[in-house]
Design a protein around this ligand. Structure first.
Ligand code: DAH
Length: 338
């Protein structure tokens, strides 16, 4: 019996546990029910008398040493496993977060705002649901005047005396700004506007505008021209511009500004209807009636205003053929503008 114990002791000592596989072999070989230690225990049961006590001690110490060896190795390999897990493999492909992209309208809007901010224009905003005063009356659209039909309006049903509508242009924000601020006023007012129009590839019932306003002493039409020329040169590059006389109730004189694209490509030919010129914005000198309506001394101050559609400029910039594509939220479309 003693020999057997010594023999097993020797075997255990010589067994080298090198990895998790050999650790398992060690366990089955020595510690499992069918293992060699158990064999000795079985034999031990048959021993009687004084000898049993002595042999029992030896077997117990053998068991402890086998278990110690096993536990020690087990810890080592599980530690090893843990540290392998913690080690980072930087060559693995990353599980990257999908970051959305800026909407093309926002991109163009921000680009335009940046250009005007460099020449001192601040940004102002107003509500999309607007009352009659701010959208029309203060802007010199007389009650029942046909000029109101220039912009097909979505009126809002309500019980109040006052009429409300979805704003038809961002010019309403000019009024709000002039009512609250004192000249000099130099502001850009971006926002969404609504018109009751048939939807097609080129027009939608809502779109985006940027309104510009500059009020100070001695502001003249040449300031307006110079400011817009600066904008065009920054946004479109050096291009010819021209002003055509036009009519808006809130400006006098009023004009529309075109930029020269030429007719070199088929797309430019179509866009400009064969003339080479593309209308970009409406503008003019703020009508003194509007200044007075907003509480600004029209004798002392003058100013210019302009308004442009962002959607059309965006379509022009990116060659987008159908305005509706910009609002369908189709990722295949939107992802192109990262
Ligand atoms: N509000 C006009 C429109 O929506 C655009 C416009 C024209 C704005 C002339 C202006 C301006 O400030 O002076 O069609």
């Amino acid at each position: 019996m003693n020999d057997k114990i010594e023999e097993l002791k020797e075997k255990v000592k010589n067994f080298s546990i090198e990895n998790r596989e050999t650790l398992e072999i060690f366990r089955t070989k020595f510690l499992s029910k069918k293992g060699e230690l158990n064999e000795i225990f079985e034999a031990f049961k048959l021993i009687a008398g004084e000898e049993k006590k002595d042999v029992g001690k030896k077997i117990n110490s053998l068991r402890t040493s086998i278990e110690d060896k096993y536990n020690e190795a087990k810890e080592k390999f599980s530690l090893l496993k843990k540290s392998v897990r913690e080690e980072k493999d930087f060559s693995l492909p990353v599980n990257a977060y999908k970051i959305g992209s800026e909407h093309p309208i926002s991109k163009v809007k921000n680009e335009i705002l940046d250009i005007f901010e460099t020449i001192g224009f601040k940004i102002a905003k107003g509500p999309e649901i607007e009352d009659d005063w701010h959208n029309f009356s203060a802007l010199n659209f007389p009650e029942n005047h046909p000029a109101r039909d220039m912009q097909d309006t979505f009126f809002i049903k309500g019980n109040s005396e006052e009429k409300f509508a979805l704003r038809t242009h961002t010019s309403s924000v000019q009024v709000r700004l002039m009512e609250t601020d004192k000249p000099p006023i130099r502001a850009l007012m971006p926002g969404r506007v609504y018109r009751n129009e048939a939807v097609s590839a080129r027009s939608n019932f809502f779109f985006h505008q940027i309104e510009g306003l500059y009020i100070d002493e001695n502001v003249s039409f040449s300031d307006l021209k110079q400011t817009l020329y600066y904008f065009v040169s920054q946004f479109f590059g050096e291009r010819e511009i021209r002003f055509r006389p036009s009519y808006f109730p809130f400006t006098e004189p009023s004009a529309e500004m075109d930029i020269f694209l030429g007719i070199a490509t088929e797309q430019d030919y179509k866009l400009t209807k064969g003339t080479g010129w593309l209308e970009i914005l409406g503008c003019g000198m703020v009508d003194p009636n509007v200044l007075t309506n907003c509480g600004i001394d029209a004798e002392k101050y003058s100013g210019f205003a302009f308004g442009m559609g962002i959607d059309r400029i965006t379509m022009l910039k990116y060659g987008i053929k159908d305005i509706r594509q910009m609002f369908e939220n189709d990722l295949r479309f939107l992802e192109q503008f990262t």
